[in-house]
Design a protein around this ligand. Structure first.
Ligand code: TIU
Length: 219
């Protein structure tokens, strides 16, 4: 077993039964002119997670951890996009032409993962239509088949897809750790509050740590 210095108390994990999952580090959320930027957000706030994620990914690969990536997006005909999601906020963006192809559409440049964190061969990529990575995907099946019990979750945004996935994972019996500098939000106060909620009440959803602490445990 390895131990990570974490809050609200130390997080113990066995690398053999632990997976690192990188949530939605897609060009549409992280690069200028993507979906996040079109929504009016400052992408520099979420780009801060790239370097810590990159360092943690490198160490996790070296340690032989099971690594997965997710992408939020939809079929080109939008048949797996709920109408409510299309018009949320009163405007339509998903499926419309953007600077990197149609926004959040599978196969478009903006839907793909940023080059800095690009998946390596053998690392599953989970395409998901919702915010949580377990909803309408084969993620749980893949994790169960590998005997995974602990999940280290990184990516964007902290209070939307990271938090939703952490809650889904916790309810399915996984022990969740979030390295706080490996995730980010367009709203720093939401990032902070989401992490507080995760670790509250004695790790009611999971543990919070940081890239360096996890890297140290993996060494
Ligand atoms: N990946 C993810 O978090 N999807 C979002 O739509 N996040 C926002 O914060 N908008």
């Amino acid at each position: 077993m390895k131990t990570v210095n974490a809050q609200p108390f130390n997080y113990a994990f066995d690398p053999e039964t632990t997976a690192l999952i990188v949530i939605d580090m897609q060009r549409d959320f992280v690069e200028p002119d993507g979906f996040g930027a079109v929504l009016g957000n400052d992408v520099s706030l979420v780009r801060k997670a790239i370097a810590p994620c990159s360092r943690l990914l490198r160490q996790a690969r070296e340690a032989g951890l099971f690594i997965l990536h997710t992408r939020e997006g939809h079929r080109a005909d939008l048949s797996n996009c709920p109408p409510a999601k299309l018009t949320r906020g009163g405007k339509t963006f998903i499926g419309e032409p953007g600077a990197m192809g149609r926004i959040l559409i599978q196969g478009e440049a903006g839907h793909d993962i940023i080059p800095e964190l690009y998946p390596q061969p053998g690392e599953p990529v989970i395409d998901k239509p919702g915010k949580g990575a377990f909803y309408a995907t084969d993620l749980h099946l893949i994790l169960q088949a590998r005997g995974i019990r602990s999940l280290i979750i990184c990516g964007v945004t902290t209070e939307v897809c990271v938090q939703t996935t952490a809650r889904e994972a916790n309810d399915r019996g996984y022990e969740v750790l979030i390295p706080e500098d490996c995730c980010a939000s367009y709203f720093p106060e939401f990032h902070r509050a989401a992490l507080e909620m995760i670790k509250a009440q004695g790790a009611i959803v999971g543990w919070v740590s940081n890239a360096d602490a996890v890297i140290q445990a993996l060494r």
